[in-house]
Design a protein. Structure first.
Length: 258
């Protein structure tokens, strides 16, 4: 009953993989102040991580977001048609020329890609040396294990032996722990399979604010004016971010010489 009460009314009667869910989530993000400010910070951090130079920047899973406001020349994409999206494509089959991109960016998308090796093979082909893959993704910490395992609707399997998982729908296919598995638990294996990529940085983000914002699927239990309060609390907890972070800003750079 409690979950039903907090479920956001705009999407409560829609299937997770229904394209309308993605479209309505854009409205939810824009209208909920706490959530909108989180995305604004994410987009600012992602934009700041992209190198200058020629070549396009491709965003995967653009449907619910507004990153183009922060990266004006951004090429937006989604698995299915959404208003305002430039191209429909699959991240494992990019219709893009060799070394045509300087970056691929995404928010909460990597952990929904079932065939992750195929994605990185495509990224290696399409991004030129010195280019980057930049993402905001769920991260595994002592705190986030508790939350993602018990309160989140997506699969979260830090102990999964395989990087890949069964294909279901664009949103229901997931392992929220996949980014941590790739770049922390199995980082040596990732470096062995993809020696052209250097893990440039991993920075923990937001132990509490996303929770109190309600995210994209729930009502916010806190009014928007409390945003500064929660930001201040998180600032005080910065020394313990390795144990408390729920997300991470991850930057991979393609090596110039392999």
């Amino acid at each position: 009953m409690l979950k039903r009460f907090f479920t956001h009314p705009l999407t409560s009667n829609l299937d997770l993989d229904d394209p309308r869910t993605t479209v309505l989530r854009r409205q939810i993000i824009k209208e909920q102040r706490l959530l909108r400010e989180i995305y604004e910070e994410w987009y600012h951090d992602i934009a700041a991580s992209i190198p200058q130079g020629p070549g396009a920047v491709l965003e995967l899973g653009s449907g619910p977001g507004f990153m183009k406001e922060y990266i004006p020349d951004l090429l937006t994409s989604e698995l299915f048609y959404c208003p305002g999206v430039d191209v429909v494509l699959n991240g494992t089959q990019l219709p893009i020329g060799d070394q045509a991109l300087r970056a691929i960016v995404m928010t909460d998308v990597l952990h929904h890609i079932p065939e992750i090796r195929r994605f990185f093979a495509q990224a290696s082909r399409c991004i030129y040396p010195g280019g980057v893959v930049v993402m905001i993704e769920p991260w595994v910490t002592t705190w986030s294990r508790l939350i993602y395992k018990n309160l989140h609707h997506e699969p979260f399997e830090p102990d999964a032996r395989d990087w890949e998982f069964p294909l279901a729908g664009p949103l229901s296919s997931a392992n929220g722990a996949l980014p941590w598995i790739l770049f922390k638990r199995d980082c040596e294996q990732f470096e062995y399979e993809f020696p052209e990529w250097q893990l440039k940085s991993i920075k923990g983000r937001m132990p509490f604010r996303y929770l109190v914002s309600g995210g994209v699927s729930m009502r916010s239990p806190m009014p928007g004016w409390t945003s500064g309060l929660w930001r201040g609390i998180e600032g005080l907890l910065t020394p313990w971010v390795d144990s408390l972070a729920m997300f991470a800003l991850i930057v991979l750079q393609k090596k110039r010489n392999v």
